[in-house]
Design a binder for this molecule. Sequence first.
Ligand SMILES: Nc1ncnc2c1ncn2[C@@H]1O[C@H](COP(=O)(O)OP(=O)(O)OP(=O)(O)O)[C@@H](O)[C@H]1O
Ligand SMILES: [K+]
Length: 367
Amino acid sequence: MGSIASITPSKHFHLTPSNTPTNPFFKPIATPTPNQFNPKSRTPFRNLVIKAQNNPSPKPPLVVVGSANADIYVEIDRLPLQGETISAKTGQTLAGGKGANQAVCSGKLDYPTFFVGQVGEDAHGKLVVGALEDGGVGVDYLSVVSDAPTGHAVVMLQPDGQNSIIIVGGANMSCWPERLGEGGLEVVRNAGIVLLQREIPDFVNIQVAKEAHRSGVPVILDAGGADGPVPSELLNFVDILSPNETELARLTGLPTENFEQISKAVDKCHKLGVDKVLVKLGAKGSALFIKGKEPIKQPIISASKVLDTTGAGDTFTAAFAIALVEGKPERECMKFAAAAASLCVQVKGAIPSMPDRKSVLDLLQSV
Ligand SMILES: Nc1ncnc2c1ncn2[C@@H]1O[C@H](COP(=O)(O)OP(=O)(O)OP(=O)(O)O)[C@@H](O)[C@H]1O
Ligand SMILES: [K+]
């Protein structure tokens, strides 16, 4: 497992005056204390405003609203029996969660990024906030809640390659205000693109997607994170739905073992109201289905060594979103995303494996 300390240092962001952090995202629930963890986060506020004034055409940020987790990895010979205590061979805790992963990927690819989400008032929260900041992500709209722990997962790695995982939803799944605060909605309205996943309550995703849609901001929903059906109220406001094969099968109740089956499952998504479906196919690459058009297929960009595919999906989604908001045609967006994901699978862990922009561009030039 790599170390999160290897991530690039914080960058400053270009904000429009309307989304400067004067409006906290959340109405107080218990005693939220945004950014209390990292004293560094207090000084950049001034820099943010100054940058915004100096830069007449700031890039509209990528905004991720989603989950942030501490992933606690333990390497064990076997699962403990009931009532038994066993020793792990080794253990490591890394920042993760689909939302935080996608935000850090975007930050590392040097695109102005904000993460909107919740952590608890605990050490795991500090770890996650640190990883986001180290990845260059703005955490001005991240909230610290006192009534729930930071979401965490215990990942039990066993010698046969099997992983047994226990997830504590914590602040990802609880303590959200019924109606999001004006500050957070404002940053969504001013975004260039919004990324959602399914590791926070649907009602939060619905509010964000509606707000983005009303402001003409495209929304990508990564289907990962929950097994249940996606509410139609959410699908109605999503521009691109991005499942992997398994998620596509689960969402549609149809098999997705070959391209023909995948196309039929995608047709069902079109009928559910989503015109664009970006399917991630692991080592088989990816395909973008746009209603009424021929699908765009993107094979993988072959990796010299495949060490760990953790985070490949999040890297792919975030990189695709950046290329899209930068105005690249869809085919190029997919190539950029495939290159970023190819670099990701060559390094252990999720966040530590996310590439910087230069590495992606260098790889694209070499293929
Ligand atoms: N072995 C590989 N070599 C190169 N690229 C790969 C490989 N496996 C996956 N990728 C790239 O990563 C992208 C996303 O991978 P995948 O389809 O496994 O996502 P996912 O199932 O959502 O992943 P995750 O486990 O992170 O949720 C693929 O579309 C492909 O471009
Ligand atoms: K990886």
